[in-house]
Design a binder for this molecule. Structure first.
Ligand code: FE2
Length: 365
């Protein structure tokens, strides 16, 4: 009796703990949030590993989004599963909880050696659903052939429901913030369309920034930040009077001060979206120079965030390759010379080097 009471107390405390964590961190990056919760669940349930897969309707596959206790090879080789493939694929397809006492005897399980190297012997796997909508699959592994009790199955179902709730809450938030960003992107695009000299500018800057980022070897998360935020780098210009933006002659001091505010204004607008907060420095610092003579903060060298330095080069390349009222577009050879001339003063030499390689390979032209 006493043990039962202790177990209930332990379970209540555990639930309070993950509920509190999820409530306080619901706007965190999805992978980070789910990995943290997954780790807590695996430890509490006495398991050895666990994973969370989310259904991607575009690729019609179950993509590994959270993983704990699995090897690097497992995460790479089993990154994505088709519906009906392996055990998770079947759980999703049939929308039913599945337990496997010994994976070594299972014919369904795909790439068993990957499971064995992480000591994954038995498995409990439940569909992630909310209001009858299938979201993905949640699986927990044990290092020995385990007989799951009815109570353990019920608890696991409860935990799967909890994970589903987190995912769907985040989905709603993502949809809302996507709508907000979508509107900003539409306005930017409409303004660019109107302007002969800016047509397609933000999309081209994004393309060049991603090419540079990939070649430099940025990780998936950094590339995602570049992809999300580069098109928004000039959001702050939306609040500047068109007369100043399109003034044919040189700007006076007052006008120039207004222009110099656009990175900070843009950062303020976009920081309303909490999931973009980490990458906001891309917008805020895309006009800094490595010699400290840029704006808004005049920071130099390594103090300028890497992603902002990439956008700075990408932005300049597109500006040079586009016509202006007072000049024709620069030739690719002239762009190269300008990049070299300003390397180490305006631009980061490492990024210039990569950009020149991309130009020489014909990827930027
Ligand atoms: Fe800008």
């Amino acid at each position: 009796m006493k043990k039962k009471q202790e177990n209930s107390k332990k379970f209540l405390y555990f639930f309070y703990d993950i509920l509190r964590y999820a409530t306080l961190n619901i706007f965190k990056e999805r992978k980070e949030l789910l990995n943290h919760i997954l780790r807590k669940i695996v430890i509490f349930m006495g398991g050895t590993a666990g994973n969370i897969r989310i259904y991607n309707s575009k690729t019609k596959s179950l993509v590994l989004i959270g993983s704990y206790g699995t090897s690097k090879r497992y995460k790479g080789d089993k990154k994505s599963l088709k519906i009906g493939e392996s055990i998770s694929g079947v759980v999703f397809q049939k929308n039913k909880l599945v337990v496997v006492k010994d994976l070594r005897k299972s014919k369904r399980y795909l790439k068993l050696s990957l499971a064995l190297e992480s000591k994954m012997i038995s498995l409990i796997s439940a569909p992630l659903t909310i209001f009858n909508k299938k979201l993905g699959v949640f699986s927990l592994y044990y290092s020995y052939p385990k007989n799951f009790t009815q109570l353990e199955k019920e608890i696991f179902k409860l935990l799967a429901n909890f994970v589903s709730l987190i995912i769907s809450t985040q989905n709603i938030y993502y949809e809302l913030s996507d709508a907000y960003v979508g509107i900003i992107k539409m306005i930017i695009k409409a303004l660019e369309e109107k302007d002969l000299y800016l047509k397609g500018h933000s999309e081209k800057v994004k393309k060049y920034a991603l090419l540079i980022g990939k070649k430099i070897g940025l990780d998936e998360f950094q590339l995602e930040q570049l992809s999300d935020l580069t098109t928004l780098h000039d959001t702050g210009k939306l609040l500047i009077d068109e007369k100043i933006l399109n003034k044919p002659g040189t700007l006076d001091n007052k006008e120039w001060e207004i222009i110099k505010k656009h990175p900070e204004t843009g950062a303020k607008i976009i920081s309303q979206i909490r999931r973009f907060k980490n990458g906001i420095s891309i917008i805020k610092h895309h006009h800094e120079r490595v010699n400290g003579k840029g704006y808004p903060n005049g920071i130099n060298g390594s103090k300028i965030p890497l992603l902002a330095k990439i956008v700075s080069v990408a932005d300049a390349i597109d500006a040079m390759l586009s016509p202006r009222p007072y000049r024709k577009p620069l030739s690719i050879e002239e762009v190269k010379q300008e990049l070299i001339k300003n390397s180490g003063t305006q631009f980061d030499p490492q990024i210039v080097k990569v950009a020149l390689e991309l130009i020489n390979e014909g990827k930027i032209k």
